[in-house]
Ligand binder design. Structure first.
Ligand code: ZN
Ligand code: ZN
Length: 311
């Protein structure tokens, strides 16, 4: 009897696509401390490749731009890289975020190396072939070019759409990272029945799941992808830099600091290994992951990094 009950429980665990996490009645994630930081990689049925495509960089930053409370001894600060991410597997390409275009770069005084749509084309993926796009949040550097993908569905959190069109946008400090053109374009996609809304946790394809963490923006979601080296988590702006995550030090653009702090634990638990969390803007990513193209700045995140962050 005991034996069979254990067997049943084991099966249920195997069916759960998030080892180390369980679901509350309202669909929210509940952390299980006992399973924290497990390093065991379970064999998985879905194996994807992930490529980070770097399309812009912002340099000459100060420590205050990267950390809400920087180390007082620090005088220099890391550059900020901008990426979109391509997930490939099972005969499909899934894009995570859409970057910004030249007009937006000029408006904000950023240096655009290459429009992400052109970067994708140089990588061998035409915009018209993309069927699914995860928009981690609607900030200008993640949700531009929304009119460039004629056959795509957009995966967005309920709370991000509400936040970007609600009362908080009456305040410049909260509105600043958004572009009204991008948000309006997403509203057009809603009216065109091209948006799949998610609330909390969701799935784009088997082995590609979405998880709201909030914090930086109210509806920020991260993406967990099953790869041959285990689950990789595209943290997007849940962690701009490895430093935000490892030092437990918030990035200064933040809506809810409490949720941002809890988000660090969520991404680590979703990945199950610190070497499988990918920060959204850190130049270290381009330095430690293998180059995947001689035409564009593309880096293979499903491969092992040259440097480990495991303590
Ligand atoms: Zn952001
Ligand atoms: Zn960002």
């Amino acid at each position: 009897m005991l034996r069979s009950r254990r067997a049943v429980r084991h099966n249920v665990t195997d069916l759960t696509f998030l080892p180390g996490l369980t679901f509350a009645d309202d669909g929210g994630l509940v952390r299980r401390a006992a399973n924290r930081a497990t390093k065991k990689v379970k064999p998985m049925g879905n194996v994807y490749e992930i490529f980070a495509l770097r399309y812009a960089t912002m340099s000459a930053r100060t420590p205050h731009m990267n950390y809400l409370v920087p180390d007082p001894h620090e005088t220099t600060a890391s550059d900020l890289d901008y990426f979109v991410w391509l997930i490939r597997g099972g005969g499909r390409d899934i894009l995570v975020d859409t970057g910004f275009n030249a007009a937006e770069a000029k408006l904000r005084n950023r240096t655009l190396t290459l429009n992400p749509v052109e970067a994708l084309a140089a990588f061998g993926v035409e915009a018209g072939d993309i069927r699914d796009i995860v928009v981690t949040h609607l900030h200008y550097d993640h949700a531009g070019n929304l009119d460039r993908f004629p056959n795509a569905r957009f995966h967005l959190q309920d709370r991000e759409m509400s936040y970007a069109t609600g009362r908080c946008m009456c305040f410049g400090a909260l509105r600043h990272p958004f572009s009204v053109e991008h948000v309006t374009q997403m509203v057009r996609h809603v009216f065109g029945e091209r948006v799949t809304f998610h609330s909390g946790d969701g799935e784009v394809a088997p082995g590609v799941t979405l998880h709201r963490v909030g914090g930086h923006s109210d509806g920020l979601q991260v993406v967990r992808v099953e790869t041959a080296r285990g689950a990789v988590v595209l943290a997007s702006d849940a962690a701009h830099y490895y430093g935000n995550l490892h030092r437990r030090s918030p990035f200064p653009i933040v809506y809810n600091i409490g949720e941002m702090c809890q988000g660090w634990e969520i991404v680590e638990q979703l990945a199950g290994d610190p070497d499988r969390v990918i920060p959204g803007h850190d130049p270290i990513v381009a330095a430690i992951y293998p180059r995947a193209s001689d035409k564009v700045d593309a880096f293979a995140l499903h491969m092992k990094p040259s440097r480990s962050f495991a303590k």
